[in-house]
Design a protein around this ligand. Structure first.
Ligand SMILES: N[C@H](CCC[C@H](N)C(=O)O)C(=O)O
Length: 277
């Protein structure tokens, strides 16, 4: 049985998007992993399925990494899915629901979308961490990095602030930090170089996906952790290999606003049975 898919990305953080709203697609984790495989499948950083909208939202977004793990947040995909549903509904503002909450997203001029990614969760149990500790200074170091700040955006993030981002061996230390026992659910690992009070360079080793060109929830965690550390204001542009996101950690409710582009690369049809049982 052939089913339609859409290949999308946000700053090169790419997704295969399927629509499971009319009927459960019945995909197995093995089929999802096969579709996400860059050699034997279509290839993507995350595998996204749209599911029926719970009350108070316009769509439910199910997020899986290529390793099959489910995630509670995906900022770049949130903008992409919002743009699809907004077009369908003829609206400029929609609500995307994930397992972590309701995310209002609005269309801005110039093809940009601003997502309210909800509040940053700052407690050690929120991240989560293995034991009680100050999430502003997590007792962890490896090679040239150490002393990260940690928070959750519905998924776990640790941010290492560095002086020279280009000197960090991300591919070597990223996977070791992702799976460090201090993170019982693993973690997305951000390496951030603050270049001014309103600009940060960021590279992310993503949980369950590895090195990506951009990470929306990672950018959210970075602006939060940078401001908590007194390194930036509440607003900053975050430059990742795939491009820029404009970020704000809003005063008052502590929600994180993320503004950036969306793109469709191509659409097609696929047969799930071709990717295993
Ligand atoms: N790898 C992440 C999910 C995708 C996050 C990223 N693509 C984004 O844009 O936020 C995790 O396991 O929590």
């Amino acid at each position: 049985m052939m089913i339609p898919f859409r290949k999308m990305h946000g700053l090169g953080n790419d997704f295969v998007v399927l629509d499971g709203r009319a009927a459960d697609l019945g995909l197995t984790p093995r089929q999802a992993a096969g579709i996400a495989d860059r050699h034997f499948g279509i290839g993507c950083d995350q595998f996204i399925v749209m599911e029926p909208a719970p009350a108070g939202s316009d769509v439910f977004m199910r997020i899986r990494n290529p390793d099959g793990s489910e995630a509670g947040a995906c900022g770049n995909a949130t903008r992409c899915i919002a743009s699809l549903v907004a077009e369908e509904l003829g609206k400029d503002r929609v609500v995307v629901r994930t397992i972590a909450g309701e995310l209002p997203v609005e269309r801005l001029p110039g093809g940009l979308w601003r997502a309210d990614m909800g509040p940053a969760r700052l407690g050690w149990r929120d991240v989560p961490l293995r034991e009680a500790c100050d999430t502003l200074h997590v007792p962890l170091s490896l090679g040239p990095v150490g002393d990260p700040a940690a928070c959750s955006m519905g998924n776990p993030h640790a941010t290492f602030f560095v002086d020279d981002l280009d000197a960090i061996p991300v591919r070597e230390i990223g996977p070791r930090l992702e799976t460090h026992p201090i993170f019982p659910d693993r973690a997305n690992i951000g390496f951030a170089q603050v270049t001014s009070p309103d600009h940060i360079r960021l590279v992310i080793w993503e949980r369950g996906a590895g090195l990506t060109l951009a990470c929306g929830s990672g950018a959210c965690a970075t602006i939060v952790n940078a401001h908590r550390r007194g390194l930036t204001g509440r607003r900053a542009t975050i430059t990742m290999p795939g491009g820029d996101l404009v970020m704000e950690w809003r005063e008052g409710d502590g929600h994180v606003l993320m503004t950036g582009p969306v793109a469709t690369s191509f659409t097609g049809q696929l047969d799930p049975a071709a990717f295993g049982a």
